[in-house]
Design a protein around this ligand. Structure first.
Ligand code: FEO
Length: 397
C-alpha cells in the first residue's frame, strides 16, 4: 500500500521511515528511527528528487508508482550520493529506463563508483546556477560541498519557493504521518535530535554549512524539504538560526556540562561534589553524563549546546580512560571550539590523564581552559574542597 502525502499541489512526499535500524551509518544510535525523504513533482515532466536507503525501498517504489499512475518518470535529480539516499537509483533506472538523471560532475563520478548501469547514457550534467524547466517548475542548482559530501548540492524550485536542501536541515527520527515540522512539537520532541544530527553528521564542516546558509539567504525560501526529518513550511527563520549557531560552534545554552569517566565511583563522587557546589552558587539545569554509559554522539551534541564543560577522568594504562579518549577524539574530529573548560584527573599512582586531556583540548580553537588541573588521588579529600570552590569561581565568573 502506498504511503504518500502532498507537500504542495503537485509535489508529493514519497519517502519512508526505518524504525528497525539500531545504528544510522552503523555508528549513531537512532532510538526514534530515521526517515529517508524523497519528493516527486508532477509537472509537464515528472521529477523525482533523490531516492532512499535500501532498507525501505519497497515502500518508496510503491509510493513512486502510485503517484506517477500511468505516467513515467522523466527526471531524477540527485542532490547527494551517500547510499542512504542513492541506494535505490539502480532500481529507478530499471523501472523507468528512459529517466534522465540530473547531477553535477562529481555526482556522476560517484554514481559510476557505486553502480554498474550505463550512467553516461542517462546523465545530464549541470553546474552551479544552471536551471531545469519542467513546465510550471524551474529548478535551480547550487553546490554545497562537504554538507555533507563533496558532490552535495541543493535544488531550488522557483515556482513554489522550495529549497530541497539535501542533508542540510535534516534530523534523526522517523516521520509518524506528520511530515511537517509544524505538525509536531519540534522544540520539545525533535530539537535535541536535530542538534545531534547536525553535530555528528556535518559538525566538522561548520564553515561549509555557513557557506551554504549564505547561499540560501539570497533566495526567497517558503519551504525547506530536507532528506531526513520533517519538512519546514513555518518558522523557517527559527531553525535556520539554530543552524547558524551550531555551525559557528556558538553555545546555545548558558549551562555547565560535566562529562566524567569513573571506574570505581571516586571520580564520579568528585564531580557530584562539584555539581552540588555549582548548584549552591546558582547554576541551574546542570547536565552530567558518565561517558561509559552515554553514546558519544549524544555527548557531542550536548557539548555543542552547553557553554562550559568539565572533563573528569581517571588515568588508565598510563593514559586517558578509553571512553573519555574516544569522546575527546570525537570533539577534535568535529572541529569543536570556543568553550570554557575545566579538567579533573584521578589516579592512584603515576597520574597523567589531566596532562594528556589538556594536550588534546588545548589543540582546539578558542578554548579557555582553567590553568590548574584538579588532581584527585584515588578519592577526593576534605582539604580539596577549596579547589572545588576555585573551579566554581572560574566557571561562574
Ligand atoms: Fe543522509 Fe550524507 O546522507
Amino acid at each position: 500500500m502506498h504511503n504518500v502525502r502532498k507537500v504542495t499541489e503537485d509535489v508529493y512526499y514519497v519517502g519512508a521511515s526505518d524504525r528497525r535500524l539500531n545504528l544510522f551509518e552503523n555508528i549513531y544510535p537512532i532510538p526514534n528511527g530515521i526517515s529517508y525523504n524523497s519528493y516527486l513533482v508532477l509537472d509537464e515532466k515528472t521529477v523525482l528528487l533523490d531516492t532512499i536507503d535500501h532498507s525501505v525501498s519497497r515502500q518508496f517504489l510503491e509510493n513512486v508508482e502510485y503517484v506517477l499512475g500511468e505516467r513515467t518518470l522523466d527526471y531524477l535529480i540527485v542532490n547527494h550520493m551517500e547510499p542512504d539516499h542513492c541506494a535505490t537509483i539502480g532500481d529507478i533506472v530499471l523501472r523507468y529506463p528512459d529517466v534522465t538523471i540530473v547531477g553535477n560532475a562529481k555526482t556522476f563520478t560517484m554514481m559510476k563508483q557505486f553502480f554498474g548501469f550505463d550512467v553516461d547514457g542517462h546523465s545530464k550534467v549541470i553546474k552551479e546556477g544552471e536551471t531545469l524547466n519542467t513546465g510550471r517548475h524551474t529548478f535551480a542548482f547550487a553546490m554545497i560541498p562537504m554538507v555533507h559530501w563533496p558532490e552535495c548540492m541543493v535544488t531550488y524550485d522557483a515556482a513554489d519557493k522550495i529549497l530541497f536542501s539535501a542533508d542540510a536541515f535534516g534530523t534523526f527520527g522517523a516521520l509518524n504521518g506528520n511530515i511537517f515540522a509544524d505538525e509536531v512539537d519540534f522544540e520539545k520532541e525533535w530539537l535535541a535530535e536535530a542538534r545531534r544530527y547536525l553535530a555528528n553528521i556535518v559538525g566538522k564542516y561548520g564553515t561549509q554549512v555557513l557557506g551554504a546558509l549564505k547561499k540560501a539567504a539570497a533566495l526567497d525560501i517558503r519551504m525547506i524539504c530536507p532528506l531526513h526529518g520533517p519538512v519546514w513550511r513555518e518558522n523557517l527563520g527559527w531553525f535556520i538560526e539554530k543552524y547558524q549557531t551550531w555551525a559557528n560552534y556558538t553555545p546555545e545554552d548558558h549551562t555547565v556540562l560535566i562529562l566524567y569517566a569513573s571506574i570505581y565511583g571516586n571520580t564520579e563522587n568528585a564531580v557530584n561534589a562539584l555539581a552540588g557546589k555549582l548548584a549552591d552558587a546558582g547554576e541551574r539545569k546542570i547536565a552530567m553524563y558518565d561517558v561509559s554509559v552515554t553514546d558519544p554522539s549524544y555527548l557531542l551534541a550536548e557539548a555543542f549546546r552547553c557553554d562550559r564543560i568539565v572533563f573528569a577522568c581517571p588515568t588508565y594504562n598510563a593514559g586517558i580512560f578509553p571512553k573519555m579518549e574516544t569522546l575527546l577524539a570525537e570533539l577534535a574530529a568535529h572541529n569543536f571550539q570556543k568553550r570554557k573548560i575545566v579538567i579533573i584527573e584521578n589516579g592512584t599512582w603515576a597520574i597523567s590523564s589531566g596532562k594528556q586531556m589538556r594536550e588534546i583540548l588545548s589543540s582546539l580553537k578558542g578554548m579557555e581552559i582553567m590553568e590548574s588541573t584538579l588532581t584527585v588521588k584515588s578519592s577526593l579529600k576534605d582539604e580539596q574542597l577549596p579547589s572545588l570552590d576555585e573551579i566554581v569561581n572560574f566557571l561562574t565568573a
